[in-house]
Ligand binder design. Structure first.
Ligand code: SAH
Length: 207
C-alpha cells in the first residue's frame, strides 16, 4: 500500500527523492485512529482528535518538498496535530520544534512521538501565532493550518536565507513560500490551492 502511495505521489508531481524516502520510512498508519488504519496509505486527509485532521500525504510531501530541508537544520512546525509531519521532518535529519495550541493533541502527540522513538522532536503547548521565540531563529518554518495573514513573529524568527511555507487564505488557501533574502526583504512565491483547518490564536485547554 505504501509503494502504491509513493507511485501516486510521483504521478502527482513529487520529485524530491529524500522526501519520498521519508514518506516511505514513516509508517502513516501509526498516526491515524484505529478506525482509519486500513486507509492510511490512501492519498486522503483524515480526522484526528479535537476536530482537526492529519493532512493528505500529497500535501505533506509537497510542503516538505517546498521547504527544502537539509540535515541538521532547525525546523519549526506550527500545528503538531497527529505528529506525522513532524516525524517526516525528523526523518529528513532536521532538528524539529513543533507547536500545538490544543492541549489534548499536544499531550497525545508528545507522548506518542516519544513512544515511537522520535524523542528528539521537541513538542510545545503554545500559540503558534507567536512562533517559538526561545529557540529562534529557524532555518525553516512550516505552518500546517490556514492563516489569514502571515504572522510577523514567524518572519522575524527566520534566519537570513531561511524559508517559510504557509497556506494563506480563508476559505481556500494559496500555498506560499517565503524566503528571507536579508534583514528586511522577503521573496514570495505561490504554489497552488489547498484547504486546511484554521490557524487560530490563543490556547485551547478544553479536553
Ligand atoms: N501537521 C499536522 C496537521 C494538523 S492540522 C499533522 O501532521 O497531523 C493543524 C493543527 O494546527 C491542528 O492540530 C490545530 O490545533 C493546530 N493549530 C491551529 N492554530 C494553531 C496555533 N495558533 N498554534 C499552534 N497550533 C495551531
Amino acid at each position: 500500500m505504501r509503494r502504491k502511495l509513493l507511485e501516486t505521489l510521483r504521478q502527482k508531481g513529487i520529485q524530491d527523492e529524500a522526501v519520498l524516502q521519508a514518506l516511505w520510512d514513516v509508517p502513516r498508519h501509526w498516526f491515524l485512529d484505529r478506525a482509519f488504519e486500513e486507509l492510511a496509505y490512501e492519498d486522503k486527509a483524515f480526522p484526528i482528535d479535537k476536530d482537526q485532521s492529519i493532512s493528505q500525504p500529497y500535501t505533506v510531501a509537497r510542503m516538505t518538498e517546498l521547504l527544502q530541508v537539509e540535515k541538521h537544520q532547525k525546523v519549526l512546525e506550527i500545528g503538531t496535530g497527529s505528529g506525522y509531519q513532524a516525524a517526516i521532518l525528523h526523518q529528513l535529519g532536521a532538528r524539529v520544534f513543533t507547536v500545538e495550541r490544543q492541549r489534548l493533541l499536544y499531550q497525545k502527540s508528545k507522548a506518542f512521538l516519544k513512544e515511537l522513538g522520535y524523542s528528539r522532536i521537541r513538542c510545545f503547548y503554545k500559540d503558534g501565532m507567536m512562533g517559538l521565540d526561545t529557540f529562534a531563529p529557524y532555518d525553516r518554518i512550516i505552518v500546517t493550518a490556514a492563516a489569514e495573514n502571515v504572522p510577523q513573529p514567524l518572519l522575524d524568527q527566520l534566519v537570513i536565507g531561511g524559508i517559510l511555507v504557509i497556506p494563506v487564505g480563508s476559505d481556500v488557501q494559496e500555498m506560499r513560500r517565503i524566503i528571507r533574502t536579508d534583514e528586511t526583504t522577503f521573496k514570495k512565491e505561490v504554489f497552488g490551492q489547498y484547504r486546511f483547518v484554521p490557524f487560530l490564536g490563543g490556547l485551547d485547554a478544553d479536553d
